[in-house]
Ligand binder design. Structure first.
Ligand code: PMV
Length: 354
């Protein structure tokens, strides 16, 4: 058999929604009940690094996540692999003497190694970075000729929020109206340089894996919450327009009001689910109170907060100066419990501040 291995490595940051996606209208294709808007983090911090390789000597597709082999048999992985393979092009690497014809992508097996540099499944959108990176690296490996929005529709079928990590900066995932999902794609609203005064701080309140996965949580919410219906139909469409406007104008006051109220409504919708879902804890609530009090005392908002499907706080400071004050405040109100270094700093129960 031939001995060559051809590989590609990519790095993809995670994204944090400021107008949340919660609820699917189609669980198989992963089509949401509303649009969402997110900000993609710096590539160096919370990210996934994935190496994909192909070789005639591989006898089946295999994947390792953080060094441990995981199964690729789930339908989400299978969909992403199938969709990318069917779009593969010819590849030629003259230096290495490798030539792969596009018809062979269906036959050749892959090895995939992926690492998250942050806790997996702790409500820090690890699946967002993970599936975005998987789809992007495979598309590069197989020389797929599609733009980022087209790739986002594939990543979406791995994990909804993943479609937004194909772009940097501010990104909108439009829910689309077609049944096949072809118009449920991510688009960039503003690139990463557009509003670079903002500083994002993630207070890791707990790095434990969440108890309710977003998939089962969303299903229960869609089935039982009347508040979600109202949110998806009446509230989010207006908020999306306002948030786009706030980003366009770099209007931090509106940005903060919209982010905070949308995060709170997402958690209210979780509480309105039967049985109720609790993602935030006492430390999360204390952080919210602190930020709310600070913003009010300053007269104009300094920090926005948002919480995903977990207790960890994502805090967005209006500039570096405010970010330093915010860190000082967090250190004061959540003093370290042990001598861990300042990079992984304890703020509450089992908590680090990054
Ligand atoms: O893509 P999922 O299934 O991990 O869902 C993510 C849902 C939230 O993170 C809570 C909100 C969002 O828009 O990212």
């Amino acid at each position: 058999t031939e001995k060559w291995v051809y590989m590609v490595t990519a790095q993809t940051p995670t994204n944090i929604a400021v107008i949340k996606y919660w609820g699917k209208r189609d669980e198989v294709r992963i089509l949401p009940v509303n649009d969402s808007i997110s900000v993609t983090l710096d590539p160096d911090h919370l990210c996934t690094v994935t190496t994909v390789s192909v070789s005639p000597s591989f006898d089946r597709d295999r994947m390792w996540l953080n060094g441990k082999e995981i199964s690729l048999s789930g339908s989400r992985y299978q969909t992403c692999l199938r969709e990318i393979r069917s779009r593969g092009g010819d590849v030629e690497d003259k230096e290495k003497g490798i030539k792969i014809e596009k018809k062979n992508w269906e036959k050749l097996n892959l090895h995939i190694a992926s690492h998250n540099n942050f806790p997996t499944a702790a409500g820090l959108a690890s699946s967002a970075a993970g599936f975005a990176c998987l789809v992007f690296s495979l598309a590069k490996l197989m020389n797929v000729d599609e733009d980022s929005s087209q790739l986002s529709a594939i990543a979406r079928q791995g994990s909804g929020s993943a479609c937004r990590s194909l772009f940097g900066g501010f990104v909108k995932w439009t829910m689309g109206s077609k049944d096949d999902g072809s118009d449920s794609v991510a688009v960039q609203l503003a690139d990463e340089k557009y509003w670079d005064d903002l500083v994002i701080i993630i207070a890791v309140v707990s790095s434990r894996e969440k108890e309710t996965s977003s998939t089962s949580g969303m299903r229960e919410t869609v089935e039982t919450s009347l508040l979600l219906q109202h949110r998806a139909k009446e509230i989010v469409p207006k908020r999306i327009v306002q948030m786009e406007e706030a980003i366009k104008n770099r209007d931090f006051a509106s940005f903060t009001r919209l982010s905070c109220t949308d995060s709170n409504q997402f958690h209210a919708v979780c509480l309105d689910t039967s049985p109720p879902i609790f993602y935030m804890n006492d430390t999360s609530h204390r952080i919210i109170s602190l930020v709310e009090k600070w913003n009010r005392s300053e007269g104009t908002p300094q920090v926005a907060y948002t919480f995903d499907a977990g207790p960890n706080a994502v805090l967005i400071a209006r500039n570096r100066k405010v970010a330093v004050q915010l860190l000082q405040g967090l250190l004061y109100y959540f003093p370290p419990k042990s001598d861990t270094d300042m990079k992984s700093y304890v703020v509450g129960d089992n908590s680090i501040l990054k």
